[in-house]
Write a protein that binds this ligand. Structure first.
Ligand code: PBG
Length: 333
């Protein structure tokens, strides 16, 4: 009797040495694939830690610039900026989000001045950080998020962010038609070169919990009337079809790890680059388990990013971007 039924079939042969494993590795995240989400908060003198996201800060303008330089030096591909206004600057329409001197737009101008085209400067295009009710849009008389009235606000926001220096704007509010109005507004204002990264399949997820602390969100209730139901898979392809038809330059699936099936579907059907967002709760889960010594942080970070890339994401937004880029540059992964 032979030791194995098909003696020439020994998959373990290619796992024998680190050099062989490296040679045949099919998926290899690169620093340039990673995008670092950052928070800039108005009215603080020192950066503030986000308690539920160990290692993540709400930045001052100065510390934000330093963090951006650090990311560029580490080889990270881009930066996604979120603004955190003062509570007293929040209102029902999210006016601080479209104010050219609001915290986010000031930060974009400063970053573009400092970094020029050395990195890809991306801007979150949503109202939730700026509204006093915490929803991603404006409300109608009955307290529901008004899709079309919100679109007008997004159009205005896109133009202000482009004028402030964003290379890419990223509408994340899941309003129907948001990509189209943003594209049209940018073009009409002469910003044909500013790209749109559409949050295409964004699920109403518990994984955003720590982010709400990071942006000081005042939301009561939930976003289930505009974000997707975690139960649904096919709907992501409908959202993709619409976003592509409306002119999205890149599309995104969010969260990442719990939605690899969706990511795989979207990657297969998309002819534009696909991003995935490893969101705050995914980060915090790894941090919490690593802090207990229950998992190895660096291995978890690299394995999760590799899995997200393997499922089809070309770009990954992750709070680990700088850390992972350094690990990868040292040859890990
Ligand atoms: C909404 C927005 C959210 C996140 C990014 N953009 C929060 C939400 O939809 O409730 C979450 C990101 C994260 O959890 O890391 N503008």
């Amino acid at each position: 009797m032979p030791a194995v039924p098909v003696p020439h079939e020994r998959p373990r042969r290619l796992r024998t040495t680190p050099a062989l494993r490296r040679l045949v590795a099919q998926t290899r995240p690169q620093p340039a694939d990673l995008v670092l989400p950052v928070f800039v908060r108005d009215g603080i003198d020192e950066p503030r830690p986000v308690g539920s996201m160990p290692g993540v800060l709400q930045h001052t303008p100065d510390s934000l610039v330093a963090a951006a330089h650090e990311a560029v030096t580490a080889g990270v591909g881009g930066i996604m900026v979120f603004g955190v206004p003062r509570d007293e600057d929040k209102d029902a329409a999210g006016t601080a989000g479209t104010d050219p001197d609001g915290v986010l737009n000031r930060a974009l101008r400063r970053l573009r001045d400092e970094l020029g085209d050395d990195t890809v400067l991306m801007s979150d295009l949503c109202l939730d950080e700026f509204t006093d009710h915490g929803h991603c849009g404006v409300l109608d008389g009955r307290g529901r998020v008004d899709n079309d009235a919100t679109l007008a606000r997004y159009a205005e926001m896109a133009v202000v962010q482009a004028a402030a220096g964003a290379h890419v704007v990223a509408p994340s509010g899941m309003m129907d038609g948001q990509v189209r109005v943003v594209r049209e507004a940018l073009d009409a204002a002469g910003h044909q070169d500013v790209a749109v990264l559409a949050y295409t399949a964004k699920y109403a997820s518990a994984c955003y919990g720590p982010f709400r602390e990071a942006v000081g969100s005042t939301l009561r209730g939930d976003r289930t009337t505009y974000q997707q139901d975690p139960a649904n898979r096919t709907e992501a392809l409908r959202e993709l079809r619409l976003d592509l038809a409306e002119g999205a330059d890149m599309v995104m699936v969010k969260p990442a790890l719990p939605y690899l099936d969706v990511l795989s579907d979207v990657a297969e059907a998309s002819d534009v680059p696909v991003a995935a967002y490893q969101v705050s709760g995914e980060y915090s889960m790894i941090e919490a388990a690593a802090a207990q010594g229950w998992v190895d942080r660096d291995r978890m970070v690299l394995e999760s990013l590799t899995s997200v890339r393997r499922a089809g994401a070309q770009l990954v937004l992750t709070y680990y971007a700088v850390h992972a880029a350094r690990l990868l540059s040292q040859g890990a992964g």
